[in-house]
Design a protein around this ligand. Sequence first.
Ligand code: WT7
Length: 653
Amino acid sequence: MSNESVQLYYPSPEFVKNAAVSGMDAYKALCAEAEKDYEGYWARHARELITWQTPFTKVLDESEAPFYKWFTDGKLNVSYNCLDRNVEAGNGDKTAIIFEADDGQVTKVSYKELLSKVCKMANALKSMGVKKGDRVVIYLPMTVEGIVAMQACARIGATHSVVFGGFSAQSLRDRINDAGAVCLITSDGQFRGGKSIPLKPIADEAFSLGGCESVKNVIVFKRTGGEVSMTAGRDQWLHEVLASQPETCEPEWVEAEHPLFLLYTSGSTGKPKGVQHSTGGYLLQAIMTMKYSFDIKPADVFWCTADIGWVTGHTYITYGPLACGATEVVFEGVPTYPDAGRFWKMIQDHKASIFYTAPTAIRSLIKAADTNEAVHPKKYDLSSLRLLGSVGEPINPAAWEWYHQNVGGGRCPIVDTFWQTETGGHMITPMPGATPLVPGSCTLPFPGIQAAVVDETGSDVPWGQGGILVVKKPWPSMIRTIYGDPERFKKSYYPEDLGGTLYLAGDGAIRDAKTGYFTITGRIDDVLNVSGHRMGTMEIESALVAHEKVAEAAVVGRPDDLTGEAICAFVVLKGARPTGDEAKKVIKELQDWVGKEIGPIAKPKDIRFGENLPKTRSGKIMRRLLRSLAKGEEVTQDTSTLENPAILEQLKG
Ligand code: WT7
C-alpha cells in the first residue's frame, strides 16, 4: 500500500471548514502539543471538557506503573456531566434519546426527563442499600432503561458491570461471581427481530448454578410481559421500586480514579477478565473522541448501532454522546428486521447525521441489497448523513467503498476507529476533517496517543514492516486493572519480554512505508473476532470439553466473508469418530451446547472430528497447522515434528 497505488479520499472543503480538527495542520498541532507537554495536553482538555466538583492539581501519577493514575485529586460525577450540566445549560428540553423499539415504536426522551429517570433509579438503588464502590450487574436489552441503569450507578458511585443480553446463564453467573455484585438489574425478556426472548429465566438459572450469593436484590424491568417467577425477598419489579422514588438525587462526587465500570472481555487464556475503567480519564476520552473523531456538533443526530453490552455501547451510547449534549438514536432491534433496509429507514426517519456501525453489519447489508433492490440504501433518503464510522474489526476495502458510495453518497468521511475494551476510546482513527482516507486503514493515532509497531523485543520496526501494535505512553481512558487480578493485568498488557513499559494491544499492525498509516493485521494471540465480537479460543475449548462426549478440542479461527472470522473446532470424542449422519447429529449437539455454555455468538460454525489432534512429539497441539486445515489450505508447514501425520486427512473437513 503506497500513495501511488491507492486512492486517497479527502474530506470536502465544507466539512473541513466546520470541523473540530480542521485540516492536517490542526491535527499535527494537537500531536505537537502532546509531544511537547504530554500531561499538559491532557490536562488542558480535562479542564475544558469536564465539569469538576473539585478541580485536579495532579495529572499523571506513574508511581505504581503500570497501574497508572490520572487526575487523582480531582472529584467529579459522570452522570452530572452527562445530564445535569446539559439541563443547567438550558438544554433540558433537547431530545437526548430517540428510542426506536424492535417493533418500530419511537419514544423521545429529553435531557430533563432522562435526568429525572436516572435520579429515580439512583434513589431506588440507594433505598436497597447500594452504595459507592458496590458492583451492580446489568443484564438488560437495548432500551432506555439500560442507559438509565448505567447512569444511575454512575450517579451514586456504584460500579456497573453490563453483561450482554446474548450471554448464557453460565456466563452471567461467572461475571456476577467474579465481580461480587450486590445487585442485578434485568428484564423479563427482550424483543429482537420480532421475537420475544426470555431473560429473567436465564438470570434465575444463573442463580441456580450457585455462586451469586453476593446479590441481595434483583430488579426486573417489565419489557415483554413474558412469564417470570419472582423470588420473594430478592426480586422486585422496576416499576414498583421506582413508584415512590423522588425525581432528584444529589450526585455522589467521586475521585477521578474511582471505578466507573467493569466490563468482561476475552483474553487468550483463562476466564473472561473484568476490565476496570476509571471515572475521570475515561470520561475525558469519551468526550474528546466524540469531538475530534466524530466531530460532534449540537445539531447532530448521532447513531451508534452497538449494544450496551459491549464497550462501544458504553463509550458511544451511554456516556460520550450525552456528555456532549447530543441527540442520539438508540435501537432495540436487529438490522434485518422487518427487512434489511431497517438501518437506512431509521437514518431517513430520524435524520441521523453521524452513523457508527460494524463491518459485519455492512457486509451482511451489502449481501441483502445485492439480492433485493428494495432494501438497497439508494431507495432511502440518506442526505442527513455527514459522517460514517466503522468499528470492531478490520473493514475490507470493498465494503468500505460500498459504505462510502451507497450510504455516504460519496460525500461522508468514514472514520475507521481502532480501539479495544481496554482502551476505553478510539486509539487510531482518522480525524474526519483532516485525514485523507485509505480504505482498510485506520490511518493515524488519535492526537496524543503514542501508538507504535515493534518487534518481539519491543524495538521499533521500520514503516512498511509488520509487527506488534503497542502504545508507548499511558493515556487517560486506559484500563486500570483486571478486577481482582492485578498480576494478570501486568502480564497481559505490560509483558516483560517487551520491556514492561509498552502497552500490548494484542494485535498485529503494519505502517505504510510512505504515509505511516496503520493497518491492523489481526490478533496475534488466541483471541477470535467473529462479527466484531471478541472471543477466546480457550473459552470455547473449555466449553467443548465440558460436554460428556468430548475428550479433547482445539479451536481456531478462519477467515469468513461475512463474519470476518469464523470459529472452527477440531474435536476428539471419547467414543468412536463419528461419520455421516451421526457426525451431523453430534455437530449440532455440540454447537447447541456451546451456545448454552457461553452464548449463541460462540457457537462453532465448523466442527470436525478426528481420532486425535495433530501434536508435536512433546504433546503440543500444532495450531498453525489447524489454521491451515480450517482454511481448507494444503498443509505446507513442516510436519516432520508431527507425531501422528495420518490425522491430517481426517481433519480436512
Ligand atoms: C479488538 C478489540 C473497539 C470496540 C469494539 C471491539 C479489533 C477493533 C478495529 C478496527 C481493525 C479492530 C482488534 C481489537 N478491532 N476495532 N477499526 N480495525 N480491528 O472491542 O471487543 O475489545 O475488541 O477488535 O482486534 O484488538 P473489543
